[in-house]
Design a protein around this ligand. Structure first.
Ligand code: MLC
Length: 620
């Protein structure tokens, strides 16, 4: 059936007993609406970009979408959401969505902001069990899903609790809308809209971090300044889109700056090497056909200038480089050389120095820039553009507008500039505390947690957010000398030492709550006691490890006669309950877990005792 572009933008359906406006009536209501969007800074920015320039490219197909059409698509999608809500205001309502990394994702996100609603991007990789929790906790009123994930959305809603949200089935966009000149930016720039991301904390359930639109803008703006995002930038996007790294750093900021974003997802090292190589293949006199490893049907001309990923991705790329044909290798090396790949960034977890060095060697001198951030605060610290300012092991300086300080982990005292060395002659460890316009508003429906993670500012200029991350400050000779151009990047640099709580595990750039995993493990009939710990790993940074005690009488597996219940049974049982990266990769069965007088487990000790052989089990 042929549908007009407007009509095909959304198809409506519902899987629960609900009355949904019929297709024709939705169209009629829409035609009566004036196409307006509020003058949010991101919309003003998009409207100011060259309309013929490309905002999004879909890597596998080569489909391109322009800035000129983006706002028209956003306003159509926004109007449709309002109609779905029966024409009433959806300001401040949570609208969850399950959409693949694509132009449609960008349009959906922006349309929700355009309605002053709260965009709740969900990971399609999560099992329905976890998504249901997010839907219930956020009290989302709608779940928008692309065709690919409509069945999953149905599963999530079917098994959910009361107050059934409405499913909105989205149709794929194949071309961008008409010129954004049709769209009027008017009304209030301020509203209750924003984005909410669920993140693991030390508590056993993920928390909803509310980032009002103004905070998102405040988080993106310093990045544009510090990393010099421009319309000439072409970003290769391989990250998931339910995190701050993939959304604010790699969508919001480049859209405000007018850059191009090419989605290549899920991450696949061979495809990424081919993509880096593609623009340079012809320069070697090679026949480009058949050299893209079947992942891409087009040969892009644009070189990648901007790449922001987690350390595991760099490790993966380095370890697979030699798998590509020699022509790809030669061209890919050109693609990642400093003259072409302007900026390669690593974050979300500590970058091992050997990885950094191996990348510099392979790329003929490109130095990975490290930065530090968190869902609650966006990016807080960053190295600067000059190679000398990308100091080994450091995450740099507080970004413009971010106020940072260190609170001594032993005394709680603020470590003033110049007091970085203690009386014992050692560097003083301090918790990173932050404030400024980039800090989140609150943990959704959790005022206790919001209060607990803040500490009052004695100067009356506002409270500080306690990150739970520990760092030292240290001067590095030669770094931070570019004061005229980068005034924010001077003085001593921050070096991250770890987390205050051993209940947070960082695996492949994902944050895992040990308590959440323990809770799920303890729900299995076989498990009597469980301790979840971070096991050092070359590949993942840390991997999730479990130490368990099995219930008497349940030692045998149902899988095979005579087999003991073990890691495979655990992994199988957890599949329905937890996202893959949270499921323990290693598990040890013990007779008992040692606890102190308070009943607490010393996890640092436990991991050393139990996983002594695992620590370097999967080094590169
Ligand atoms: C996947 N697996 C993981 C994992 N990711 N295991 C441990 N840790 C991880 N992070 C497991 C899967 O469960 C699966 O197990 C197997 O590895 C292969 O799965 P996959 O989906 O094919 O994984 P892969 O594509 O290889 O993913 C690896 C990755 C991905 C590194 C590309 O984890 C990733 O994109 N990480 C980035 C996360 C991110 O964006 N973080 C930013 C958070 S924001 P099985 O058993 O099924 O084989 C933040 C703030 C800030 O932290 O400062 O940025």
């Amino acid at each position: 059936m042929f549908l007009s572009r407007k009509a095909s933008s959304f198809l409506l359906s519902s899987f629960k007993a609900r009355i949904i406006p019929r297709f024709w009536s939705t169209e009629r209501q829409l035609s009566r609406m004036v196409s307006t969007l509020p003058p949010l800074p991101i919309f003003n920015a998009i409207a100011s970009h060259d309309p013929s320039s490309t905002c999004v490219v879909h890597s596998a197909s080569g489909r391109r979408f322009t800035y000129g059409g983006l706002l028209k698509d956003v306003v159509d999608a926004k109007d449709r959401l309002v109609v779905e809500a029966g024409g009433k205001s959806i300001e401040g309502e949570r609208i969850a969505f399950l959409v693949e990394n694509s132009y449609d994702y960008v349009v959906t996100l922006l349309s929700i902001l355009g309605a002053h609603s709260i965009a709740l991007p969900m990971s399609p990789a999560f099992p329905p069990h976890e998504l249901q929790y997010i839907m219930d906790h956020s009290q989302a009123s709608m779940l928008a899903a692309s065709k690919k994930f409509t069945a999953k959305a149905k599963q999530v809603i079917d098994e959910g609790l009361e107050g059934t949200p409405k499913i909105v089935a989205l149709e794929k966009k194949l071309t961008s809308g008409n010129s954004s000149q049709d769209v009027v930016l008017e009304g209030r720039a301020e509203g209750k809209g924003g984005m909410m991301l669920y993140t693991s904390g030390t508590t056993n359930r993920p928390k909803g971090v509310l980032l009002p639109t103004a905070v998102m803008t405040a988080q993106a703006t310093p990045l544009i300044k510090a990393w010099n995002y421009t319309p000439q930038d072409y970003l290769l996007h391989v990250l998931p889109l339910h995190h701050i790294h993939g959304t604010v750093n790699a969508i919001f900021a480049p859209l405000i700056a007018g850059s191009t974003i090419e989605f290549l997802f899920p991450f696949n090292a061979t495809a990424v090497w081919s993509r880096f190589a593609a623009p340079f293949l012809h320069q070697n006199g090679s026949d480009t056909k058949g050299l893209t490893n079947g992942h891409s049907h087009f040969t892009p001309k644009e070189k990648i200038t901007f790449f922001t990923v987690v350390p595991t991705v760099y490790n993966r790329l380095l370890s697979t480089f030699s798998d590509s044909p020699p022509e790809i290798q030669t061209a890919a090396k050109m693609g990642i050389s400093p003259g072409n790949l302007r900026l390669n960034i690593s974050g979300s977890a500590a970058l091992p120095t050997p990885t950094k060095k191996a990348w510099t060697d392979l790329s003929n001198g490109n130095v990975i820039l490290e930065r530090y951030g968190m869902t609650e605060v966006g990016m807080a610290l960053s190295c600067a553009l000059s190679h000398r300012d990308r100091a080994d092991g450091s995450v740099g300086w507080p970004l413009p507008t971010v106020e940072a300080r260190l609170a001594d982990t032993e005394t709680g005292e603020v470590i003033q500039p110049g007091q970085e060395i203690g009386q014992d002659g050692r560097e003083r460890d301090g918790e990173i505390q932050l404030r400024g316009p980039t800090i989140f508003q609150e943990y959704w429906r959790n005022p206790e947690a919001t209060a607990k993670e803040h500490v009052d500012g004695e100067d009356g200029k506002g409270a500080w957010f306690k990150t739970g991350d520990v760092a030292v400050r240290r001067s590095v000779p030669g770094a931070g000398q570019n004061k005229e151009q980068e005034d924010w990047a001077s003085g001593p640099l921050y070096f991250i030492r770890g987390r205050l709580s051993s209940d947070i595990i960082k695996s492949g750039g994902e944050k895992v709550s040990a308590l959440e995993v323990e809770r799920e493990l303890l729900s299995l009939p076989q498990i009597e006691e469980a301790a979840v710990v971070a096991v050092p790993s070359g590949k993942w940074g840390q991997k999730v490890g479990a130490v368990v005690v099995i219930k008497k009488g349940l030692e045998m597996s149902e899988r095979g006669k005579g087999k003991r219940w073990g890691p495979l049974d655990m992994r199988y049982a957890m599949r329905e309950r937890l996202a893959g990266y949270k499921i323990p990769q290693v598990m040890k069965i013990v007779e008992g877990i040692e606890r102190n007088a308070m009943g607490k487990i010393n996890k640092k000790l436990l991991v050393k005792k139990v996983f002594v052989d695992e620590a370097s089990g999967d080094e590169m």
